[in-house]
Design a protein around this ligand. Structure first.
Ligand code: NAD
Length: 479
């Protein structure tokens, strides 16, 4: 593996432009590696390599053989799990145990999709006498994957893992801010015997390599995870060639807490869902909606939990690491400054540990109360450890608040009332709803995706395989 090269056609190749980019450690702001700065020429090469693989060695494998290659890759990732976690932690700034969980999830993605590869099948359909009609699920061909920096391994696993299992050849453009783990996985794919060209990784900037991939006419499907603004651009570029797009664009996910909830059970989830990965999680539970009768007592407990949070460099493995970049820190600060100017009370903040490097991009978690539902803080994704609390009275008001943003990705419902659990779960606008839990530990088996500004299409679980295939109907008339 050479970090300053792309992985194209089963080999490490220098960027066509010769240019490279610095890789920054968010814990101290220092450069520690360089990656290739990809351009349209590198994407061109990767797309052609993928096409050759799809029409050649990779496309010729049976589903069971594809599954076997992915199973081998899963075992190799498991073998190198600790090294991958260390790399991911340094590259993204996430605490080590989070990076370890991400590496374990990548193993699970390969295990899951290895096993699923030969279980994806069509149907036979009842039709007129003298006909047999069947459906088959075929790969798109060459799929493009634009991956963000917050969970490189996990998002690669759910996206490229499923696409490969379904028989596609992939071109992946990881985020410029964090891509080292995926280059390492590419080396493991080579060791696992993935045919050259089945998986290609081109690193570089979004508006260069990313845009070249999204607008390439040789791509048959694009899977994008990132911001709504970039997602819209990617969809427009792909739309020029009628290329279907899966968009996963984040959210402003509510945790709805009723007064009858078990607060002891809820508390670690209410805090963890916004503090995990320093709030840089698309499914972060960034709003807590609390029934009025429980508002003050629950806020008191939340405030105590927030004050106990510790922030520091990734290897210290505390509650939060740094944010990914200075740009992200400025973004989070702008939200907090605006809330402060608007008189929104900050109830509690965590603490930066002594000795954290001065150059790191640290922002301590913040709990804000009485956040007006129409404020920017209540409406827009912060992508930082900032929890907005607001009260509600009754189920209708809870639903109006929960559904009152442009997003619809995930929701949490906390109540002991079984009928209410279902009523709320059915009425809330979200792709995933968790009752008396949040996130279900990541669950690679569970379909995931949003509505509205959170995007469309589903990844994860078996459902993802449908998205990475095209359904063909074959009608045979035999008399
Ligand atoms: P982004 O959407 O710009 O970047 C995500 C990916 O898209 C990266 O790989 C990037 O290189 C690529 N990209 C950027 N511009 C592109 C273009 N013109 N064409 C094709 N690809 C392009 O996100 P960002 O600037 O890193 O972060 C900004 C905000 O996005 C964050 O504050 C957060 O709100 C949101 N975000 C969400 C997620 C998520 O998981 N939903 C992930 C990252 C960022």
């Amino acid at each position: 593996m050479d970090e300053a090269k792309h992985f194209i056609d089963g080999a490490w190749c220098a960027p066509a432009s010769g240019a490279t980019l610095a890789v920054i450690d968010p814990s101290d702001g220092e450069a520690f590696a360089r990656i290739a700065r990809g351009t349209a020429a590198d994407i061109e090469r990767a797309v052609h390599a993928a096409r050759r693989a799809y029409e050649g060695a990779w496309g010729a494998l049976s589903a069971a053989e594809r599954g076997r290659v992915l199973a081998r890759l899963g075992l190799l990732v498991a073998r190198d799990q600790e090294a991958l976690a260390q790399l991911e932690s340094r590259d993204t700034g996430k605490p080590l145990r989070q990076a370890r969980a991400d590496a374990a999830a990548l193993v699970r993605y390969f295990e899951f999709y290895a096993g699923a590869a030969d279980k994806l099948h069509g149907e036979t359909l009842p039709y007129q006498a003298g006909y047999t009609v069947l459906t088959v699920r075929e790969p798109h061909g060459v799929t493009g994957h634009i991956v963000p920096w917050n969970y490189p391994m996990q998002i690669f696993g759910r996206s490229a893992g499923a696409a490969l299992a379904a028989g596609n050849a992939c071109v992946v453009k990881p985020a410029e801010d964090a891509c080292l783990s995926l280059l390492r996985v590419a080396a493991l794919a080579q060791e696992a015997g993935l045919p050259p060209g089945a998986l290609n990784i081109v690193t570089g900037l979004g508006h260069e390599a990313g845009a070249a991939l999204a607008s390439h006419p040789g791509i048959d499907h694009i899977s994008f995870t990132g911001s709504p603004q970039t997602g819209r651009l990617v969809a427009q570029m792909a739309g020029e060639h009628y290329v279907p797009v899966t968009l996963e664009l984040g959210g402003k996910s509510p945790q709805i807490v009723f007064a009858d909830a078990d607060f002891d059970q809820a508390l670690p989830f209410l805090v963890g869902a916004i503090v995990q990965n320093a709030g840089q999680t698309c499914s972060a539970g960034s709003r807590v909606l609390i029934e009025r009768a429980a508002y003050e007592p629950l806020l008191e407990r939340l405030a105590a939990a927030f004050e106990a949070l510790r922030v520091g460099p990734a290897p210290a493995d505390l509650d939060c690491g740094p944010l990914i970049s200075e740009k992200q820190r400025q973004r989070v600060r702008a939200f907090l400054d605006e809330a402060h100017s608007a008189g929104i009370p900050t109830l509690a903040r965590g603490r930066l540990v002594a000795g954290a490097p001065r150059g790191g991009y640290y922002e301590v978690p913040a709990l804000l109360r009485d956040v007006p539902p129409q404020s920017r803080l209540a409406q827009q994704e912060v992508f930082g450890p900032v929890l907005a609390a607001m009260p509600f009275e009754g189920e209708d008001a809870a639903i109006a608040l929960a559904n009152g943003t442009p997003y619809g990705l995930v929701a949490g419902v906390w109540t002991r009332d079984g009928a209410r659990q279902l009523r709320i779960a059915r009425r809330v606008r979200a792709g995933q709803v968790f009752v008396n839990n949040y996130g279900a530990g990541g669950g690679v088996e569970l379909p995931f995706g949003g509505t509205g500004q959170s995007g469309h299409g589903r990844e994860k679980g078996f459902e993802a395989l449908y998205g990475f295939t095209v359904l063909k109907t074959i009608a045979l008339r035999h008399g």
